[in-house]
Design a protein around this ligand. Structure first.
Ligand code: DC
Length: 217
């Protein structure tokens, strides 16, 4: 079974996907983490983020692995190195959408995501899972929340990770990424026609998980 969860940043997708995957015994595939890992490689390689050709070349020789730990956490490996924390740093978040809008980069990632998803029952979260990666997914969800609530949640999450960010910084980042992710030419963030829309603004994590699980059962 393939479950697709799409939606904008800060709506709670990954939290919901991770918990649901653990409860169902499914593989959790965080596709945003894959774009983040490649972004880390681009920056560490000192490649100009506007040099699409070099970025595409890098994407083709990069190995990205996702490992679901028994306790439900996800480990992200870039060329064999654990980068699970490194990819959450603000300097990655700031430019990841610019890397993710490159068509050939997306082709490489989509291929990898399909390969991972076909190995067993999986829940994938991202922006284009229900529209592009798995248009035939068994169940599709579009997880949303109003912008103010998304800023609040992302701010809390980053503070929890020990990052010294202001709410204004988070707001600017979300606004910028929403714009790039929804207006890019290739696979823009969009609700699939057959996706179930869930507005999580006034719902707790448990309530959303229960809703999703209800549809899956
Ligand atoms: O979910 P996230 O915030 O970790 O994703 C980081 C960025 O990666 C997001 O701003 C857009 C991009 N992304 C994408 O273009 N397609 C996906 N399927 C997942 C993420």
């Amino acid at each position: 079974m393939i479950v697709a969860i799409d939606g904008p940043a800060g709506a709670g997708k990954s939290t919901i996907a991770k918990i649901t995957a653990q409860k169902m015994g499914f593989l959790y595939i965080d596709t945003g983490a894959m774009y983040r890992a490649l972004t880390l490689k681009v920056l560490e390689s000192k490649v100009d983020i506007h040099n699409s050709q070099r970025i595409i070349e890098l994407a083709l020789i990069t190995s990205i692995d996702l490992v679901n730990e028994p306790d439900g956490t996800l480990k992200v490996f870039l060329d064999g190195r654990d980068v699970s924390s490194a990819i959450r740093q603000p300097f990655i978040t700031k430019v990841v959408s610019d890397i993710a809008k490159i068509k050939e980069v997306r082709e490489v990632m989509v291929k990898l995501q399909r390969r991972m998803g076909k190995t067993r029952d999986s829940i994938l979260d991202g922006r284009d899972i229900g529209t592009v990666v798995f248009p035939d997914a068994d169940k599709k969800f579009f997880i949303d929340a109003n912008p103010e609530e998304r800023v609040k949640r992302r701010h809390k999450e980053l503070i929890g990770l020990g990052q010294d960010v202001s709410r204004d910084d988070v707001k600017a980042d979300l606004t910028n990424r929403d714009k790039i992710d929804t207006t890019r030419e290739v696979a823009p963030l969009k609700k699939a026609d057959d996706a179930i829309y869930i507005d999580t603004t006034d719902l707790s994590i448990n309530q959303v998980v229960n809703k999703v699980m209800g549809y899956l059962r």
